[in-house]
Design a protein. Sequence first.
Length: 730
Amino acid sequence: MTTPHRHKDSRRHGRTRQITPRTHWLLLSVFAVTLSAALLLQGYTHHMFGITPDEVNSAQGPSDAVPAHVAHGGPVIANAHTSPHTARVKPRTFALTFDDGPDPTWTPRILDVLRRNHVHATFFLVGTQVINHPELVRRIVAEGHQIGIHGFTHPDLGKLAPRQRSLELRESQLAVVGAAGVTTSPLRPPYSSQNRAVDNTGWTVLKQTAKAGYTTVLTTQDTEDWQRPGVSRIIANATPRGDRGQILLMHDAGGDRSQTVAALGTLLPQLKAGGHRFATVSDAVGMAEPVHAAGIGDRVQGTALVWALRGGDWAVWLLGVLMYAAGAASVLRAIVVLAAARRHRRLRNRRRGRPWGQAVTEPVSIIVPAYNESAGIGAAVRSLLASDHPVEVIVVDDGSTDGTADLVESLGLPVRVIRQQNAGKPAALNTGLTAASYELVVMVDGDTVFEPTTVQTIVQPFADPGVGAVSGNAKVVNRGGLLGRWQHIEYVVGFNLDRRLFDLAQCMPTVPGAIGAFRRRALLELGGVSEATLAEDTDLTMALCRAGWRVVYEEHARAWTEAPASLNALWRQRYRWCYGTLQAMWKHRGALVQRGAAGKLGRRGLLYLLLFQVLMPLLAPAVDIFALYGLVFLDPVRIVGLWLAFVLLQLLMGRYAFRLDGERPGPLWSLQLQQFVYRQLMYLVVIQSLFTAVAGSRLRWQRMERYGSLRAAAATEPATAPAMPAADTT
């Protein structure tokens, strides 16, 4: 946990950029809108409809509006919207047609059979299949076959609104243009069959498509290969009865077409031997060539559509991979963190009878950097002086304008007050270090109160001469309301579980500014507290680790601190923390290749922070968008089930963490609500911080508003802080 520090004198930052970049929000919005649009298009084209057997939509309605010469005419119907006329196939001529493709498995095999037998056919293509396999469309055209439209998503056009039908046709045409650079006018509506099956709804569709420039191609003979009845049966269904010309329906996609391929290999030589010829639909009925080179406008739109849909496919694939990876990482993290917490507890329980070493009884210097802390400084100082360990309390007033120093002096308590011009929190801490009388130093924020045993507890690890710093356990005092509960949960579950893991792995990245103990000698060897980052506590802790000092976590050293009580205040605080942490990680990136304690920090601590505090939050917006996509287009039960499993995992982690901290589990009921507000705020903070860092901007310091939640501590024992009415009603 990183605590705020004061903005320095403006003269010291005269050359520092102070403008927070705003372009990244535009970029994020464009990314979100683009990804949403791509997923919406991909979901519509792949999941709203699908290729199903022809008999599914075979129910026929009234047909009194269908002209008689159409119902009993030829299978090719033109000008249905004005003066409809039909055309029949020439005698002893077969127009082989294949629906539902192209398919990467079966279409090439069918094309091979056609090439061996020197036969040209007509392929009615589904737009989504064209997008997925444009190379097959180009091969079909290159080998002299004819192509037609079979819908973009293979819907029943009669069940769509006119506007949606137009969209289906336009998208289908653009897909063909984008794949092969040609336009085509033959259309076979999905689930259509022979002329006599056209009903009033179908006739309405035919008139609309004719108005758009399409010629409808129905069938006269169905091989029923979609039922996979066996090779012999398909051959029998395709064999003509007489010399009448036929438009033969077969399929090159939509399922296993091995029987179709086998039947075709036998059927073509057999029919040729019987005197039949094969032709494309246009040649079979004597119509003009329907396939033409596309114009430049259509080519541009078609190419854009192909790339947009293929990009959507790639986005779905990539998001799926990332979601599985993120899910696996989250589960692995939960297992590791819980196992580490259990081991940490067992080690500490054993240590109760065998402490760190000889009890540490030497006096401690407590440094309180204060800037406009009048709301809570009285309670903080009183709690420190109530410690059951000998202490000196040094309050460094960093140029406060609210009378903080005067208030402390008016208390009449044995507290040393040092006044200085506003220079920032690191400078205030360094001033306190210079003035400290003792080797062991505790640093505490001015909005924090200690329990009587806190100081004594937090300094005991210094019995080990290798320990350079100790992190205490910061607790949220104003945990009333949803925002307070969420932060309380985050402190207990997020921060404290991670600290137990870091303690075991000997890679503690942060001793929180609210409660931390240090060896004065170790700090002075580092040159004091650095002002190079906004997260001075994280920077200092990482520097100690790299210097070979061990940093440990003492969970029983508790401090009660105020948390932001509004989303705006929380944003400012977390933005400052996250940005400062990124600065510290970059500053200490050299630890990744070092050995010893520094290497543990780099390869354990820094990589953990990079994965779970930077990369995972960056992925979160895409995950949220993909979850909505799944609810609409995929299996919503599965998506909800995965979400519930994730919440359950968090609840289990939360329950164990609360047990370790001795907290009542009541606030955990609000955990699932975190996913809809708090989580989004946190990942937006990371995005803002990362863009600020990449832009090279300097974050402006903004002080968190104090609410006086700890005032009651002036009149009571600090250990009772959680039960204070003021704390629970904020």
